[in-house]
Design a protein around this ligand. Sequence first.
Ligand SMILES: C[S@@+](CC[C@H](N)C(=O)[O-])C[C@H]1O[C@@H](n2cnc3c(N)ncnc32)[C@H](O)[C@@H]1O
Length: 287
Amino acid sequence: MPSVIQNISDTARWVASYRAMESERPDALFRDPLARRLGGNRGEQIVRTMPLAATSGWVISVRTAVLDEFILSTIEKEGVDLVLNLAAGFDARPYRLPLPPTLTWVEVDLPGVLEEKVQLLEGETPHCRLERITADLSDVDARRAVFQAVGAKGTKALILTEGLLMYLADWQVASLASDLAQVPTFRLWAMDSIGPEMKRLLNLIWFRHLTSGNATFKFAPREGARFFHPFGWAQREYRSYETESRRLNRAPLVAEAWHRLQWLALPVVRELVRSEGGMALLESRKR
Ligand SMILES: C[S@@+](CC[C@H](N)C(=O)[O-])C[C@H]1O[C@@H](n2cnc3c(N)ncnc32)[C@H](O)[C@@H]1O
């Protein structure tokens, strides 16, 4: 039987379906009324078919909610006037977040995704200035041209890479980080990350589906966001899935059990668990 994930862009439908599921809960952490439409039947099918996928939505709920907080607080408190969402997929934040109308939001993704997105969102109005650029981010010359052009659109930019880096090899992430650091207005970078043990587990559980979509997880540095230091970025804040899932009341049973028993574990093991996945806010080291 063919896999439900046929290419990397199908992962965008998958996570949009999780946002739809969260939005439909009475105690939703966020409401994304466009997510059901954007995820479509294929997104629902992925959630239904992939092993353990139906119970994994809490990860995307927590990731979305925490990144929403990073985005809104940097706009409100730090004068961010430009957001560059790399690998934006079917994210609909420009339509659902209370963004200032003066903010410029630029989405980049592969042509297939963005063409479909434009059609699906026809007639919808974003809350800020919204531009879309089709580009293959693995094409170094193309992405440098995009970064230069987008960098001139604001005075202080927040870069967003949500659900992208884990699909890239370490050297690709390093090269992307260096390119982003070259642009004077690119000051902040919000991202999610996984650690090596989580990568092993996910690649094992979803092996068939991820390989058939050329979407196996790769980037999962043991050192977390310290990976980015040599490439011009310093970690300002890190929020682990472990603590944030409890704060947001989305912790699965295994996380609750760990919370009760972790006092039995060595500090090094507790740190290991904390670093196995979360959301980070990085700042540029340039002055
Ligand atoms: C898991 S989805 C995340 C989408 C979105 N950021 C979100 O969280 O809903 C991964 C996205 O990365 C995009 N992507 C993967 N490789 C890419 C590349 N080389 N250039 C541009 N986009 C890419 C895919 O098309 C897909 O939309």
